[in-house]
Design a protein around this ligand. Structure first.
Ligand code: NDP
Length: 452
């Protein structure tokens, strides 16, 4: 049995029940098999065993008081997975589904994603099972302060720099940073995704969505295609989805779907930038539901309780490109088969692990261009890295400058994936390429340190 297979089995036994984490380990390690032969030094130093074990996992109590004066208790997490190439870096997720398995899977994937960006950032992830939906601003503030009351002692600009993720946008980062600054008495680059007035970077809110679309443009170019006139399905209606819509529109494509956890909408006329602005206001300011879009605009179909991928499967909607931007495991084998049947030839992941392993196999065996999350959505963390650089330099770059760096980074990630895939015998396989390119750099750094 190969070393990576043994490690997968070990993780299955040791972390039994952590389904998402086991899924992520399997997805990454299986593609790393060709590196074993080329790098016996990795096997000897037990890099494969060591890389699946987090450096540190912090689980803590988050007590806070709601508006009616009642005490609430949530569970907080920070998994500091690997800091071989830079300070720990990765988002914070606030969602009722958050548990150790989900945070470990996200932290593990983050190691390779951050390495791919070419910037010096290690991998981490954190969050809580707190549900911001339906909470007042004051409740969100009190929760964020209670969360930071413990987290602050584990993070720092050279130690661990968290950012946003599901349920953590500008508002939450503001509350967390304000509280950190107060108790530590330092104005320093400890969180990214900050407001522009207090150390944030231009383009950071747009970065994951824009970066995703830049990456897809590179993928399409390998088949002499571009976005012009293409029909695009996007899921989610949050940060990543919103800016993906905006950039697809700029490049001449037509986005016809979005969803949230309550409903999916299909707008065959296309979600143009005016409609996208309405969604930003609806979601980011009014904190409303996507079904309200179908009351506002005519000829829009709304499917309550369904995802975008359910609707495409059931209604046989034709799309050229699919960009899942909501959450993990939203596309299964049947969804993938329906996409292929409906003419889809390019799928790129804005969300983390939105396609399960069977779905990925369907795409790869049908010659669909498949862009894995750790490459396709790395624009967000890359721009967080640029925010860290600006904080350290105490400078602010212009919008154009940050956007240009983002574009260059996405192009470089795209070519690293293709190069690594070819070098290790998997030509054109972005999944293997992304995993291998991200892994090699981290593994070499780990070797340099000896056994620590
Ligand atoms: P947001 O919280 O801004 O938006 C998430 C969207 O997805 C919401 O519309 C939400 O709907 C929807 N959603 C969440 N869970 C489900 C579900 N189970 N079924 C259907 N819809 C769902 O998060 P982001 O846009 O920031 O993140 C989306 C994905 O992108 C995540 O996987 C995240 O890890 C990944 N990502 C984000 C980055 C970033 O910079 N923000 C960077 C890299 C990856 P509802 O409002 O009903 O909950």
């Amino acid at each position: 049995m190969s070393v990576v297979k043994e490690v997968i089995e070990k993780v299955r036994r040791k972390d039994a029940g952590q389904t998402e984490f086991i899924q992520a380990v399997k997805e990454v390690l299986e593609t790393l098999e060709p590196t074993e032969k080329k790098h016996p030094e990795f096997v000897k130093a037990k890099i494969y065993e060591r890389i699946v074990e987090p450096e540190r996992m912090i689980i803590f109590k988050v007590p806070w008081i709601d508006d009616s004066g009642e005490v609430q208790v949530n569970r907080g997490f920070r998994v500091q997975f690997n800091n071989a190439i830079g300070p720990y870096k990765g988002g914070l997720r606030l969602h009722p589904s958050v548990n150790l398995s989900i945070i470990k899977f996200l932290g593990f994937e983050q190691i390779f994603k951050n390495s791919l960006t070419t910037l010096p950032m290690g991998g981490a992830k954190g969050g809580s099972d707190f549900d911001p939906k339906g909470k007042t601003d004051n409740e969100v503030m009190r929760f964020c302060q209670a969360f930071m009351r413990e987290l602050y002692r584990h993070i720092g600009p050279d130690t661990d720099v968290p950012a946003g993720d599901i349920g953590v946008g500008g508002r939450e980062i503001g509350y967390m940073y304000g509280y950190y600054k107060k108790i530590v008495n330092a104005h320093e680059g400890v969180l990214t995704g900050k407001g522009i007035e207090y150390g944030g970077s231009l383009i950071r809110p747009e970065a994951t969505g824009y970066g995703l679309v830049y990456f897809v443009a590179e993928m399409l170019a390998t088949r002499k295609k571009d976005f012009k006139g293409k029909v695009v399905a996007i899921s989610g209606a949050g940060n990543v989805a919103q800016y993906a819509v905006e950039k697809v529109n700029q490049l001449g494509g037509k986005v016809i779907t979005l969803c949230d956890s309550g409903a999916a909408i299909v707008d065959e006329e296309g979600i143009d930038n005016n409609k996208c602005n309405y969604i930003m206001e609806l979601k980011n300011v009014k904190r409303g539901r996507i079904k309200e879009y179908s009351s506002k605009y005519k000829k829009v179909q709304c499917f309550e309780g369904k995802s975008v991928w359910d609707v495409i499967k059931e209604k046989g909607i034709k799309v050229d490109i699919a960009l899942p931007c909501a959450t993990q495991n939203e596309i299964d084998k049947e969804h993938a088969e329906a996409l292929v049947k409906n003419g889809c030839y390019c799928v790129a992941e804005g969300a983390n692990m939105p396609c399960n392993l069977d779905a990925i196999k369907v795409f790869q065996s049908n010659n669909v261009l498949y862009g894995p999350a750790k490459a396709a959505n790395a624009g967000g963390v890359a721009t967080s890295g640029l925010e860290m650089s600006q904080n350290s330099l105490r400078l602010s770059w212009t919008r154009e400058e940050v956007d240009k760096r983002l574009l260059d980074i996405m192009k470089s990630i795209h070519s690293s994936c293709l190069e690594a895939a070819e070098t290790y015998g998997n030509k054109g396989d972005y999944l293997a390429g992304a995993n291998i390119a991200g892994f090699i750099k981290v593994a070499k750094a780990m070797i340099s340190y000896g056994i620590v």
